[in-house]
Write a protein that binds this ligand. Structure first.
Ligand SMILES: NC(=O)c1ccc[n+]([C@@H]2O[C@H](COP(=O)([O-])OP(=O)(O)OC[C@H]3O[C@@H](n4cnc5c(N)ncnc54)[C@H](OP(=O)(O)O)[C@@H]3O)[C@@H](O)[C@H]2O)c1
Length: 305
C-alpha cells in the first residue's frame, strides 16, 4: 500500500516521504479500515507516542496521522460492534501505525459509525478536535450552563469545537486568538473576543473555566483569571500553571464511541462546524504538510478519490 512515513524525529514534516509499505493485518479486537480520509495534527511528530510502542521501543520509520474515516474491510478475532463494509471514523492508537496510508489496523472500540450523509473528509476532521473539546469541557472541566469559559485559540481546530460546544451548553464564551480571528470566533458563538497579540489577558476579569491549547506563559497567566473553585484545563501537556484556589488539569483525549456519536450528530444537524483548512490527495500529502504559507484549520488527506 501507499503510505507516508517519517524516520527522523528532528526533520519534522519536511522528513515525510511517500513509500510502499505492507498492508496491515487485524490483530485481536482490531478492524482493518480502507482509509478514505486521514487527519494529522500539525505538531504530532513532537508527541512521544508517535515514535515508540507502549513499551517505549523505537518503532521508526512511523506512519503518522491519528484521525481517519473509511470503510471496514477486515475483522480481527473477537472483534464486535462493527461489520464488514461499514463506514467508520475515529482515531488510531497513537502508539501504533497511523492513518496516512491506504489501510490501517485499529481497535474497533476506537471507531464509531459514520452516517452516510457525512463526507469522509468531515469525519476525519472531527474526531480529534471533537473528542478533545467534549472531554475537556464536560468531563474534566465539568462545565455547567451559565458559567463563563475562556477558550484559547478559539478559531483553531480544537478551539472552534470548544467554542461551539460550550455555547450550545449554555456557557458565556470568551474566545481568544489573533486579531484576524475575531469575526469567525464571534460567529462560532463566542460573546467576546480577546486579541492575544494586542489585548491584556487579565482584562477578561474572572472565569469559571479556562480551556487552554497553548501552555507556557499563556497558561500561567490564564491561571490568574480562574475564579475561586474554577478550573484551568490544558491540552498542551503538563503545566506548572495553577489557579490560586482552583483545579489545573492537563489531559490527553481518549477514543470514545458514544462521544463520537454525539459529535457527528451535531455535524449532521448543522450545529457543529469543522475547521478544515485544506484537502489534498495522498500523492500530494508531503507538499500539503509543508506549505509555503501557513494554513489555518486542519489539513485533511483524501486517501481515496
Ligand atoms: N491533549 C490532547 O488530547 C490534544 C488533542 C488535540 C490537540 N492537542 C494539541 O492542542 C494544540 C492545538 O491544536 P489545534 O489542532 O487546535 O491547533 P490549531 O488548529 O493550529 O489551533 C491553534 C489556534 O491558535 C491560534 N494561535 C496560534 N498561535 C497564536 C498566538 N501566538 N496568538 C494568538 N493565536 C494563536 C492559531 O492561529 P493560526 O492558525 O492563525 O496560527 C489557531 O487558530 C496542539 O498543540 C495539539 O497538539 C492536544
Amino acid at each position: 500500500m501507499k503510505a507516508i512515513v517519517v524516520t527522523d524525529q528532528t526533520a519534522g514534516t519536511a522528513g515525510m516521504t511517500l513509500v510502499d509499505r505492507p498492508e496491515p493485518v487485524a490483530a485481536i479486537n482490531d478492524v482493518v479500515v480502507q482509509v478514505h480520509a486521514s487527519g494529522f495534527t500539525w505538531d504530532e511528530l513532537t508527541w512521544p507516542s508517535t515514535w515508540t510502542d507502549r513499551l517505549g521501543r523505537d518503532r521508526a520509520p512511523v506512519i503518522p496521522g491519528q484521525e481517519l474515516a473509511g470503510v471496514v474491510i477486515a475483522l480481527g478475532y473477537g472483534t464486535t460492534g462493527l461489520s464488514l463494509g461499514q463506514r467508520v471514523f475515529g482515531l488510531t492508537d497513537s502508539y501504533r501505525s497511523g492513518t496516512l496510508a491506504e489501510y490501517v489496523a485499529v481497535e474497533a472500540r476506537n471507531l464509531a459509525p459514520l452516517p452516510a450523509d457525512v463526507d469522509f473528509t468531515v469525519g476525519a476532521s472531527v474526531a480529534m478536535p471533537g473528542l478533545t473539546a467534549w472531554q475537556g469541557l464536560f468531563e474534566h472541566g465539568r462545565l455547567q450552563a451559565g458559567q463563563n469559559v475562556l477558550v484559547h485559540g478559539a478559531a483553531g481546530a480544537v478551539g472552534s469545537m470548544v467554542t461551539q460546544l460550550a455555547r450550545e451548553a449554555g456557557a458565556y464564551v470568551i474566545g481568544t486568538g489573533r486579531g484576524s480571528h475575531r469575526q469567525r470566533v464571534l460567529e462560532l458563538g463566542a460573546r467576546e473576543f480577546l486579541d492575544l497579540e494586542n489585548d491584556a489577558l487579565e482584562d477578561v476579569g474572572s472565569v469559571d473555566l479556562v480551556f487552554d491549547v497553548f501552555g507556557g506563559d499563556i497558561a500561567k497567566r490564564s491561571a490568574g483569571v480562574v475564579r475561586r473553585g474554577g478550573t484551568l484545563v490544558t491540552i498542551a501537556g503538563p503545566t506548572e500553571a495553577r489557579p490560586a484556589d482552583g483545579l489545573a488539569i492537563d489531559f490527553v483525549l481518549v477514543p470514545d464511541r458514544a462521544q463520537l456519536g454525539e459529535i457527528v450528530q451535531r455535524v449532521r444537524d448543522g450545529r457543529l462546524w469543522t475547521n478544515i483548512g485544506n484537502i489534498s490527495a495522498l500523492d500530494d500529502a508531503v507538499a500539503a504538510f509543508n506549505p509555503t504559507k501557513r494554513i489555518s484549520g486542519k489539513t485533511i488527506i483524501r486517501v481515496r478519490p
